[in-house]
Design a protein around this ligand. Sequence first.
Ligand code: UDP
Ligand code: MG
Length: 313
Amino acid sequence: MAAIHLNLVIPCYDEEEVLHETSRQLLALLDDLQARGIASADSGMIFVDDGSRDKTWQLIESLSHADPRVHGIKLSRNRGHQNALLAGLLSARGEVLVSLDADLQDDIGAIPRMLDAYQDGADIVYGVRARRDTDSFFKRFTARAYYALLRRFGVDIVADHADFRLMSRRSLDALQDFREVNLFLRGIIPMLGFRTAIVTYDRLSRFAGESKYPLFKMMALAFDGIFSFSTVPLKWITLIGISLSLASIGFGLWALFVRLATDMAVPGWASTVIPMYFLGGLQLMALGIIGGYLSRIYSEAKQRPRFIIEKSI
Ligand code: UDP
Ligand code: MG
């Protein structure tokens, strides 16, 4: 089979501590793939600098001077992991792209197996974590609950798959047509269709630097996953509203009965105050959910660019 024109796409935000080692390992992998005739001579890698504040871009430039297989895109400012990844996926050339994290938590040993699956006819190959034992208990628990919730809301998503995946040229062309601004690639890619495959791997620990995904970024991504792919929460609000109205009619009838037919009627403080707090909380939650959709409609309606490329090498 002909050698594959492969490009690795790596979003980087403040990754000066890891880039040397990452590029060294990825170049070694490329050497091997090229020597075995799997990857073509023009294969390479593209680092997307997501508006880093440290020396990430200078490093990418010097790596690129040292080896012509290293390329870089510099975004004009920090746009977040999903947008940086999209910038790489939409700008990189090549027959096949494999996206992975800069910290090599995604085991690059799985890439040859992904290419095998591609040669067997898959257009999209998901890297799926075999285990989650490098995660904290909190992350494991919240991740599991989150995937269960998404499935409940009818979102088609591959469990324990982050953004370590192979995509063929035709699947990338299809991705181009998804214009949404609130990006949750894990939700969009399964919508593309095509033949898919799964390759399992053990996720390693970050070998240097800190996670660039603090809790609030994680939560923002999690909400994008729900609000951008499911309207089930809106139906839930309606259902809860209807059930509560029915229940309150029953409650009202009962109160009337107590008042008229018995002498147990007390000046009800609790029965007034408790439902008040309860309903107040529920209304705020409902408004919050509606607000979640509204703010996304707002940003989608403006159709602002998802990323701006300052320069590329
Ligand atoms: N990243 C990015 N922009 C951001 C945050 C993160 O491009 O605003 C990149 C980061 O450099 C890394 C990848 O996204 O290559 C995953 O981030 P990280 O490893 O910090 O997340 P974690 O593995 O802790 O979830
Ligand atoms: Mg990481």
